[in-house]
Design a binder for this molecule. Structure first.
Ligand code: ZN
Length: 242
């Protein structure tokens, strides 16, 4: 592991994060529990929650209280008090917004626990500086649920973040981050998206960058199909697609 690119579940084809693969390795079982908790694995709150989030019918991140509801039939104990800790501390779980968690397969950045941490990874993977509205759009397409105003504050540097992540922004509201090797690895050292920097580089290049590129292309095409003005003029507008 680490540098091998994207791993997928042989059963349901879900994209697996390095942390899912690693944790399964420690437990000596296969990752992705779309078939339920593997035999011999303890039904801890985190394990039951992980198995529930692996359900193939689940396409989006889930509110914490719904995860608590899902695990109740299988978990011995009251999950309501410990579910937050289990989800926020478990490396297999991905943060998707306030009290919202999912897995890498749902589009979320592994181990990122806040808007700036997630946005930073997207900007590392971006092919160029992005308009703030593009960052907003990509995050929404990756299933993040958030307040746009709050994201803007982070990108413009009005709100500091606990990792001290710095966003550069120019007068056209284009935002970028230092994505050189050292900055990249420093980000991964703090946020721990992947257990190894090699794995992180591979994940950025092979998984996140193509997703970001696809989303930007999709946005440009949708804007073009609206037929009003040039792509450049529209790049700064927030457009809602449903
Ligand atoms: Zn699976």
């Amino acid at each position: 592991m680490g540098g091998g690119g994207m791993t997928r579940c042989p059963r349901c084809d879900a994209e697996l994060s390095d942390w899912e693969v690693e944790e399964a390795g420690w437990l000596q079982v296969t990752p992705c529990w779309c078939g339920g908790i593997p035999r011999g694995v303890r039904p801890t709150l985190a394990n039951v929650a992980y198995a529930k989030l692996c359900d193939i019918d689940l396409r989006q991140p889930v509110k914490t209280h719904d995860v608590a509801r899902f695990v109740t039939p299988q978990y011995r104990g009251d999950p309501r008090y410990s579910i937050n800790g289990a989800l926020s501390q478990g490396m297999r779980f991905c943060w998707g917004g306030q009290a919202l968690y999912g897995l890498a397969r749902h589009g979320l950045v592994p181990a990122a626990r806040s808007l700036p941490e997630a946005a930073y990874a997207i900007l590392i993977a971006a092919p160029r500086a992005l308009h703030v509205e593009e960052v907003d759009f990509v995050m929404e397409q990756l299933n993040y649920r958030f307040n746009s105003g709050s994201l803007m504050h982070h990108l413009r540097g009005y709100t500091s973040n606990r990792r001290g992540l710095r966003f550069n922004i120019d007068y056209l509201n284009r935002v970028w981050v230092n994505s050189g090797r050292d900055s990249r690895h420093e980000y991964n050292r703090y946020v721990r998206v992947c257990p190894t920097h090699t794995g992180f580089d591979a994940w950025i290049g092979e998984t996140l960058a193509p997703k970001v590129q696809r989303t930007l292309t999709d946005r440009a095409q949708r804007l073009a199909s609206l037929g009003s003005g040039t792509q450049l003029d529209l790049a700064g507008d927030r457009v809602e697609f449903h």
